[in-house]
Design a protein around this ligand. Structure first.
Ligand SMILES: NC(=O)c1ccc[n+]([C@@H]2O[C@H](COP(=O)([O-])OP(=O)(O)OC[C@H]3O[C@@H](n4cnc5c(N)ncnc54)[C@H](O)[C@@H]3O)[C@@H](O)[C@H]2O)c1
Ligand SMILES: [Zn+2]
Ligand SMILES: [Zn+2]
Length: 366
């Protein structure tokens, strides 16, 4: 089969690789119909995630059809349409029993495109298949559910739920990339009073307005703290969500929050950020951090099925799976292309549509 293979920092290829095969009775083999690229894949390609060995197939988000199941799989059948989530679960360890699947000690957690071959491929082997995939409710398209593989549960669990967003709250979100935008989308499930989007890029702030922000601040040109204080009678935001992953954005998120408020860190940090306890000790704030667990995915699927949540807004570009190399170029140049999420469409999705390699099937933000 063909797959997007990591060959070490800066190197990737659309290569012929061996078809995946059942290796454990709990495995399933899934044909990939839709996949996508994550900012984390770009981090891997920069060499920031040394655990990823050269030769690994990348990708940890997909929708597909079960092609084969191991003899230990009891809840899935050949032909089932499933969402493959970024997090898998052994179902037996201490953390899986607490629904903290991201921390799985039994060989699950974030393994696709990290510790085992991933999902930017024609087929994938899915370990712990009974615990790790979600059947797609009938009538939903791939694009309606694809972004529930990672960014929606990440921002909902680690941003909105950890931050305890409540009706009427002022929610300040630092960073309007896919993660910040997904926080804006899912924060609205709690009817906040205001959603303030903060970013250095005006294009991203424009997207933020489409995703539900009613106040946008370019913190390269304006004072974000002053803007939030003005909106909150000098108190600060009830909840601030850090969705960038650099020291400045964390420190800004901490400066934005009111006494008794929550700072929910979602960003992945490579450098130390300062927690200003000399200012915060008296303010009674809560700081939370976390990796997505995906315990909320079934709830999010129900919200999509009932029409209360529409993640299709993220799909700015579509490519046939065979043009994954070109899709990486577009996704990694988001400042120019305006890409939020690119959809990689398997043969089933593109049948009937022109699928010339390198061409976008459709492009552009609505
Ligand atoms: N905790 C988790 O489980 C988890 C899961 C997935 C991703 N993440 C992390 O979430 C973060 C965001 O992911 P993404 O895909 O949206 O990234 P992204 O790079 O697409 O978006 C980041 C946004 O932040 C903006 N930005 C950069 N510096 C800024 C600053 N100083 N102030 C304000 N805005 C600034 C950029 O313009 C960009 O729009 C990353 O660190 C990613 O690794 C965490
Ligand atoms: Zn991801
Ligand atoms: Zn486990």
């Amino acid at each position: 089969m063909k797959a997007l293979v990591y060959h070490g920092p800066g190197e990737r290829g659309w290569d012929n690789v061996d078809d995946p095969a059942i290796a454990d009775p709990g495995d399933a083999i899934v044909r990939i119909d839709s996949s996508t690229i994550c900012g984390t894949d770009l981090h891997i390609l920069k060499g920031d995630v040394p655990a990823v060995q050269p030769g690994t197939v990348l990708g940890h988000e997909a929708v597909g059809i079960v092609e084969e199941v191991g003899r230990g799989v009891s809840t899935l059948a050949v032909g089932d349409r499933v969402l493959l989530s970024c997090i898998t679960s052994c179902g037996r360890c201490r953390f899986c029993k607490e629904a903290r699947y991201g921390q799985c000690l039994g060989g699950g957690g974030w393994i696709f495109g990290h510790l085992i071959d991933g999902l930017q491929a024609e087929y994938a082997r899915v370990p712990f298949a009974d615990n790790s995939v979600h059947k797609v409710p009938a009538g939903l398209t791939d694009e309606q559910v694809l972004f529930l593989a990672d960014i929606l549960p990440t921002s909902y669990e680690v941003g909105v739920l950890n931050g305890t967003v409540r009706p009427g709250d002022v929610v300040a979100i630092v960073g309007s990339g896919p993660i910040g935008l997904a926080a804006m989308l899912t924060a609205q499930l709690f009817t906040p009073g205001h959603i303030v989007a903060i970013d250095l890029d005006d294009g991203r702030l424009e997207a933020a307005r489409r995703f539900g922000a009613d106040v946008t601040v370019n913190n390269g040109a304006e004072d974000a703290v002053a803007a939030v204080m003005e909106l909150t009678e000098g108190l600060g935001a009830d909840v601030s969500v850090e969705a960038v992953g650099v020291p400045e954005s964390f420190e800004l998120a901490a400066d934005l929050v009111r006494p008794g408020g929550h700072i929910a860190n979602v960003g992945v940090h490579g450098r130390a950020a300062t927690l200003h306890l000399e200012r915060l000790w008296i303010r009674g704030v809560t700081v939370t951090t976390g990796l997505v667990d995906t315990y909320s995915t079934p709830q999010l699927l129900k919200l999509v099925a009932s029409g209360r949540l529409d993640p299709t807004l993220f799909a700015t570009h579509r490519f046939p799976l065979g043009a994954t190399m070109a899709a990486y170029d577009v996704f990694s140049d988001a400042a120019t292309t305006g890409a939020l999420k690119v959809v990689l469409q398997g043969a089933e999705q593109t049948s009937g549509a022109p699928a010339s390699a390198g061409a976008e099937v459709t492009a552009g933000v609505a």
